[in-house]
Write a protein that binds this ligand. Structure first.
Ligand SMILES: NC(=O)c1ccc[n+]([C@@H]2O[C@H](COP(=O)([O-])OP(=O)(O)OC[C@H]3O[C@@H](n4cnc5c(N)ncnc54)[C@H](O)[C@@H]3O)[C@@H](O)[C@H]2O)c1
Length: 254
């Protein structure tokens, strides 16, 4: 038995980064993965990678998970193709950064929409399917959701991710009686296409922060996805409402 054998997993943003890694690992652990992305090429590449590794996957693109109607159609399609839904993995987000006196109202609203509302839209669409046989929602938060972050002005990002962490707790309470678990994983800095520019710029602007990480390296997508596999599996059936920080220990420092 693999750890996610037979489970139907809908994952947003599988076209790159941690979403791609999640698609690979969930499929390798026996899940039937249904992905979406706004990026057609990225999604197609992920489908070929997963299939070449022997995994079962399908996907739709372009699907904007920040569009309530589009995400509902994608989730209903996944549930009808596979006869139900067991896991909703809210990975996708798009950030907007700007100092508090410079960020525009439009950018602030975009960030809240694409980092917090995006999770609500998918959960709202998935809830009726998850209620049918129980299931789990895996949300991706951030260390910026529970503390101030000294690099880059993360006001909108942090506020949105704080919302995701709290929404997870509320979903755990509302979902418990229906056998629905909700968990959040909050990564520290992880090298992905979204963050590579920070790793590549000479000298890396975050070097001083990275040097203080107790485990002495930045994160890799599999660090986060390993936690997600466990939390989505039946090994975690009495775990709900948590925010699991995966950051090499960085956030325990004062
Ligand atoms: N990389 C980090 O250091 C870090 C740290 C903390 C939290 N996170 C969170 O982890 C998650 C994944 O981040 P990543 O670094 O792997 O990003 P990434 O940009 O490498 O990958 C994100 C994928 O999601 C897709 N996507 C974005 N918006 C979408 C939308 N509206 N609808 C459908 N698809 C969409 C993108 O096209 C891309 O393929 C995000 O929620 C991010 O906020 C990342």
């Amino acid at each position: 038995m693999r750890r996610l054998d037979g489970k139907v997993a809908a994952i947003t943003g599988i076209g790159a980064g941690m979403g791609r890694e999640a698609a690979r690992r969930f499929a390798a652990e026996g899940a039937k993965v249904v992905g979406c992305d706004i990026d057609v090429e990225g999604l197609e590449e992920t489908l070929s990678i997963v299939r070449s590794e022997g995994g079962e996957i399908s996907g739709s693109a372009p699907v904007d998970a920040g569009d309530p109607a589009a995400v509902a159609a994608w989730i209903d399609g996944a549930a009808s193709t596979y006869g139900g839904l067991d896991i909703l993995y809210n990975n996708a987000s798009i950030q907007r950064f700007g100092a508090i006196d410079e960020i525009s109202v439009e950018d602030w609203e975009f960030a809240i929409d694409m980092e917090l509302n995006i999770v609500f839209y998918a959960v709202r669409a998935a809830w009726k399917h998850l209620k049918e046989r129980g299931g789990v929602i895996v949300n991706i938060g951030s260390i910026a959701g529970t503390r101030g972050v000294e690099f880059m002005p993360q006001n909108a990002h942090g506020a949105a991710k704080a919302g995701v962490i709290n929404l997870t707790q509320q979903l755990a309470v509302e979902g418990g009686p229906h056998g629905i678990r909700a968990v959040c994983i909050s990564p520290g800095f992880v090298e992905t296409p979204a963050t590579k520019f920070l790793v590549d710029s000479p000298p890396p602007p975050l070097k001083a922060t990275w040097d203080r990480i107790p485990l002495q390296r930045v994160g890799r997508p599999d660090d986060v996805v390993n936690a997600a596999v466990f939390l989505a599996s039946d090994e975690a059936t009495w775990i709900t409402g948590i925010n699991l920080v995966v950051d090499g220990g960085g956030s325990v420092l004062g």
